[in-house]
Design a protein around this ligand. Structure first.
Ligand code: PEP
Ligand code: MN
Length: 302
């Protein structure tokens, strides 16, 4: 499957050969890779104070443990919204203060690592940057866990070698994220390669998170693929959620509404229990003035 050099894997520090026991990435009271199934949720991009605060409160109430939100956005078009940058980081920090949820956000370049690490609890490397070796080396020196997303045309060997860069340069707190790869298929935005979850588990001790939002590109497919991710043994999910997906500044077509996300959390609970994993309890939700009916906008495309 993976070519070997001198009888061992080409990657060392991240391999099961090097460390047979599964790694648990710990920070605060969170343990990724343990028997708690960790859900990270939030908008693709941080847009406004109201948007991020409302989303943070709602995803926390539904059982999410980590808030996601992009402040530096890797957009295919230079004309698209590029993110609020430091202002977005400040809004994320405010949402963390309001909810207690730690935050994960993308760092686009090695020059930004110091700034993003001042605010973020987990540094996300996007699919487009998986082989940005300068960034990976710099993240090796960062004092924060890193979530590395699989490049859209990357093999598992390349993925693990990218993780190896971070480990080799000094940071062992690495989380892998399967977010789908580019194939000939056009019915979905990407092909979510769920078979890689057990493959990664065999080859590496690092925890694995699945992203059913970018993995499918379609709101309706997020729920079934989230269930499947639990069933194949993922350690958690990262899900895009927006108070009004139709109006999202990025990735609205794959974002769940707040109510749809609450429903997803309820529906994956029995799957997690079957796998021997627990999911954080729900809490009384914040009162919303105009609660959205479940399913509203479920087929809207942006
Ligand atoms: C994102 O998480 O919003 C993102 C840009 O993901 P990816 O790098 O997987 O495309
Ligand atoms: Mn996105």
């Amino acid at each position: 499957m993976i070519s070997k050099t001198n009888g061992s894997e080409p990657f060392k520090l991240v391999s099961r050969e090097f460390k047979p026991d599964k790694s648990i990435v710990k920070f605060g009271d969170i343990e990724i890779g343990s028997n708690e199934f960790i859900v990270m949720a939030g908008p693709c991009s941080v847009e406004t104070r109201e948007q991020i605060l409302e989303t943070a409160q709602a995803v926390k109430a539904a059982g999410a443990r980590i808030l996601r939100g992009g402040a530096f956005k890797p957009r295919t078009s230079p004309y698209d919204f590029q993110g609020l940058e430091e202002e977005g980081l400040k809004l994320l920090a405010e949402a963390r203060r309001a909810t207690g949820l730690p935050i994960i956000t993308e760092v686009l370049s090695s020059e930004d690592v110091e700034l993003v690490a001042e605010y973020a609890d987990i540094l996300q490397v996007g699919a487009r940057n998986m082989q940005n070796f300068k960034l990976l080396k710099r993240l090796g020196r960062a004092q924060r866990p890193v979530m590395l997303k699989r490049g859209m045309s990357s093999t598992i060997r390349e993925f693990l070698m990218a993780a190896e860069y971070i480990a080799f340069h000094g940071n062992s707190r690495i989380i892998l994220c399967e977010r789908g790869i580019r194939t000939f298929e056009t019915a979905t935005r990407n092909t979510l390669d769920l078979a890689m979850v057990p493959v990664l588990d065999e080859l590496s001790h690092l925890p694995v998170i699945v992203d059913p939002s970018h993995g499918t590109g379609k709101r309706k497919l997020v729920m079934p693929m989230a269930k499947a991710a639990v069933a194949v043994g993922a350690d958690g999910l990262i899900v895009e959620v927006h108070p009004c997906p139709e109006k999202a500044w990025s990735d609205g077509q794959q974002s769940l509404s707040l109510d749809e996300f609450a429903s997803l959390m309820e529906q994956i609970r029995p799957y997690a229990a079957l796998e021997g994993k627990r999911i954080a309890a729900t809490e009384p939700g914040p009162l919303r003035l105009e609660p959205m009916a479940f399913g509203q906008g479920a087929s809207a495309q942006v």
